[in-house]
Design a protein around this ligand. Structure first.
Ligand SMILES: Nc1ncnc2c1ncn2[C@@H]1O[C@H](COP(=O)(O)OP(=O)(O)OP(=O)(O)O)[C@@H](O)[C@H]1O
Ligand SMILES: [Mg+2]
Length: 486
């Protein structure tokens, strides 16, 4: 895995070619960098093998900073296909391919054998081996460039517009070869192109850059087609991206109809389309209605289990009778389907994709809600435990207060007892109070009011007859009190 971490490259003249690029390039996969001219693609690629150093940020290879890896080692382990070929003009094709093995000191036999093997691998005839680059077409030169980059069996392949000089038909061929080579060698490939179709066809991952060296979006071809992040990306992947998107939809769900089959076109007797097949039921073509006995071309067929909707639709659109012909793996006729049936199916699938997206959005929303509820519950729980803790504290406080009150009451009680005891003691040691003599004026004895009973009465009076407020009452009272406290 190669990782760009906030990488910026500003050239000496102040041109920022790459701005704050963060990008993960997975191992053993094809990452395609695509974008308009001057957006920093080549600059990005050249920083991977340290032909250029970032101005800021860091690039790592399997988590190892590139700075710590020697340039010679990088060049050995990273093949580089230079934009517009970049072959040495004074060296032959074979010599060009052997450039790196030669630098690595391989024995001549080994490097020559390897060069010949690679020449075949990129689809060049061996008779071209001793030509000079100027004697090759642009496309052939580019293939030599690819062979040269693969020569020392590098782990990483950096390819700067390797197929740009090739016409579209040859290019389609080269793409197939390229994918086949990748299936065999499984390298980490970073490839640059201007061509979004090429990117979609070859890339496991596509990084779209915009002018100013800014990454616009990175994702699988399907992600870019289905969910472009902005108008720039949407515009770049093209207006017919819906059609391109059919390349990712399997043709396996298509309803297959039947059609009359004949071995001999001459035996076709109806106005309806009649398919001519061989003895193995492999389709050969359509019976020509206007020229009895003749066979019209079949166009392309498709295999529902392995091919895509796009292939099925191409097949229907190319068919002279408007029917796409489905075949089994062994080539036997499997059924037919019209373009409008294919489009219906696509619409249906799109609806289920839309449903799936809506369902996902709903599920996301539910998850968010659940999360909010969980958080709410959590905060309620915290609040509850806070309140419980407060209540505990309050209960403690109440118990503490209760204990204090009790203690105070006991103290008070003791104090009261002590006071009473003290009072009792005081009472015991203090002499009984002198009987109170009522004031004279209140108790008036009027001898004149007394009955005249003789002089003894006066003597009685002198012996001290009890009268109100007499001391005996006081004594006995004092005695009661004393016995009570003792
Ligand atoms: N050595 C340099 N000095 C100054 N500016 C440079 C240098 N090399 C490239 N540039 C500028 O940096 C920007 C990015 O260049 P780069 O070659 O990386 O773009 P590109 O995406 O590969 O373009 P193209 O598709 O045309 O190959 C451009 O504006 C270019 O002019
Ligand atoms: Mg470039």
């Amino acid at each position: 895995m190669i990782e760009f971490k906030s990488v910026t490259k500003t050239y000496r003249d102040g041109t920022t070619a790459v701005h704050d690029l963060s990008l993960v390039i997975p191992s053993d996969k094809i990452t395609v960098i695509v974008g308009p001219s001057g957006c920093g693609k080549t600059t990005t690629l050249r920083m991977i093998n340290r032909m250029l150093e970032p101005t800021s940020g860091q690039i790592t290879w399997d988590r190892n900073p590139l700075r710590n890896i020697r340039k010679t080692q990088l060049r050995r382990e990273m093949g580089y296909v230079i934009q517009s070929g970049g072959l040495f003009p004074h060296r032959t094709v074979l010599e060009n391919i052997q450039t790196v093995p030669h630098l690595l000191g391989w024995k001549k036999d080994r490097s020559q054998g390897r060069a010949e093997e690679l020449l075949a691998m990129v689809g060049l005839e061996s008779r071209l081996a001793n030509r000079y680059p100027s004697q090759l077409s642009g496309g052939q030169q580019q293939r030599v460039g690819v062979a040269r980059a693969l020569a020392a069996d590098p782990r990483v392949l950096l390819m700067d517009e390797p197929f740009s000089a090739v016409d579209p038909v040859v290019r389609a061929d080269l793409h197939e070869q390229f994918l086949e080579i990748q299936r065999q060698v499984g390298k980490t490939i970073v490839m640059i192109t201007h061509d979004i179709d090429e990117a979609i066809k070859l890339g496991d991952q596509i990084a779209i850059m915009r002018v100013g060296g800014v990454l616009a979006q990175v994702g699988s071809p399907q992600q870019l087609l289905e969910e472009p992040v902005d108008d720039f990306v949407a515009g770049f992947v093209g207006k017919d991206r819906g059609y391109r998107g059919l390349s990712f939809t399997s043709a396996s769900g298509l309803p297959l109809g039947s059609v009359q089959l004949v071995r001999d076109a001459a035996s076709a007797r109806t106005d309806a389309p009649v398919l001519v097949v061989d003895e193995n039921a492999n389709p050969l073509g359509w019976a020509d209605r206007t020229r009895p006995g003749q066979v019209q071309m079949l166009g392309t067929t498709f295999e529902p289990d392995t091919d895509t909707m796009r292939m099925a639709l191409d097949s229907a659109l190319n068919s002279p009778v408007g029917l796409a012909v489905a075949v089994a793996q062994n080539g036997r006729f499997a059924g037919v389907v019209t373009a409008s049936q294919i489009l219906d199916q696509v619409r249906h699938l799109k609806a289920s994709v839309a449903d799936a997206i809506a369902a996902r959005a709903e599920a996301d929303a539910a998850r968010v809600e659940a999360e909010a509820a969980r958080k709410e519950a959590e905060s309620v729980r915290q609040e509850a435990s806070r309140i419980a803790a407060d209540a505990d504290a309050e209960a403690d406080e109440a118990a503490r207060i209760e204990a204090a009150i009790k203690a105070a009451e006991e103290k008070e009680e003791q104090a009261r007892s002590a006071e009473q005891a003290a009072a009792a003691k005081e009472a015991a040691t203090t002499p009984a109070p002198t009987p109170t003599v009522e004031p004279e004026q209140e108790w008036t004895w009027d001898p004149a009011a007394e009955p005249k009973v003789g002089r003894t009465d006066a003597g009685d009076a002198e012996t001290g007859d009890p009268r109100p407020g007499d001391s005996t009452a006081g004594d006995s009272n004092a005695g009661d009190a004393e016995s009570h406290y003792r």
